[in-house]
Design a binder for this molecule. Structure first.
Ligand SMILES: [Zn+2]
Length: 242
């Protein structure tokens, strides 16, 4: 298993490796934990993220697990290029925030463009939720996302580099959204999106995305009611001494 910060690329050559084993990569002594990102193999089944959450409804922080790209597909409903874009791009920013530690899904909030694919990648990887004031959507956003660690305010913008995405996807998407794309045109769009997604999966994400740290990002005011996320209130409580 090859860990890249919060992201693990589960190499086929390491088949049989247990991606769900407990403990951080460091605790498991994985020597590749500090390795630089490289080109992906092209197989979405090999992409995963190491995350940490609280351990019950009123629990403490420390429940570590691996979230896979397959989990993201199951949440979203289908494989698509947008999921690849969102997951890989956001993964690059999360690697900046958690270079040697699990992604803390109790301490992140994210502003996302409105695409169904991007928003699903956002909520799964960050734990952000609209009802708790940690997830907002804006199509006036520059780039794909702004993700912020709540505790220290560090924030990163995620942008897909120009020229990476085929222009035909955007033009055909406009027709599809207007529901004027023919049945054969829909099939063509699906094929182009699949090819683009697979192409991205063979790239080094650092060549596809630009991650920019924002020095003074202010989280927008809530657009609706914000509820208390009761399962993180005790995340720093000490352990029972008895
Ligand atoms: Zn999709």
């Amino acid at each position: 298993m090859k860990w890249i910060g919060g992201i693990a690329v589960l190499l086929a050559s390491c088949g049989g490796g247990d991606a769900t084993s407990a403990g951080s990569p460091e605790e498991r002594g994985d020597p590749a934990v500090q390795s630089a990102a490289g080109s992906l193999s092209g197989d979405p089944a090999e992409i995963a993220w190491h995350v940490v959450d609280t351990d019950f409804s009123k629990g403490r922080l420390g429940h570590e697990q691996t979230v896979t790209f397959q989990d993201l597909i199951a949440l979203h409903g289908h494989w698509c290029d947008g999921l690849v874009v969102g997951a890989l791009g956001l993964g690059e920013a999360l690697q900046q925030l958690y270079p040697n530690a699990p992604i803390d899904r109790t301490d992140l909030r994210i502003l996302s463009r409105s695409s169904p694919c991007l928003t699903d990648a956002a909520i799964l990887l960050t734990g952000g939720r609209a009802q708790f004031g940690t997830f907002q959507v804006s199509d006036t956003l520059t780039g794909l996302y702004i993700v912020q660690r709540i505790s220290d305010g560090r924030a990163f913008r995620v942008k897909l580099n120009p020229g990476i995405k085929p222009a035909a996807i955007d033009s055909l998407t406009l027709l599809a959204i207007a529901r004027t794309l023919s049945p054969c045109g829909l099939d063509s769009l699906q094929g182009i999106e699949e090819a683009f997604g697979q192409y991205l999966l063979t790239m080094d994400p650092k060549d596809a995305f630009t991650i920019i740290e924002l020095s003074d990002f202010h989280w927008p005011d809530p657009t609706g009611p914000v509820y208390t996320k009761t399962d993180i209130l005790n995340k720093n409580a000490p352990r029972c001494a008895h």
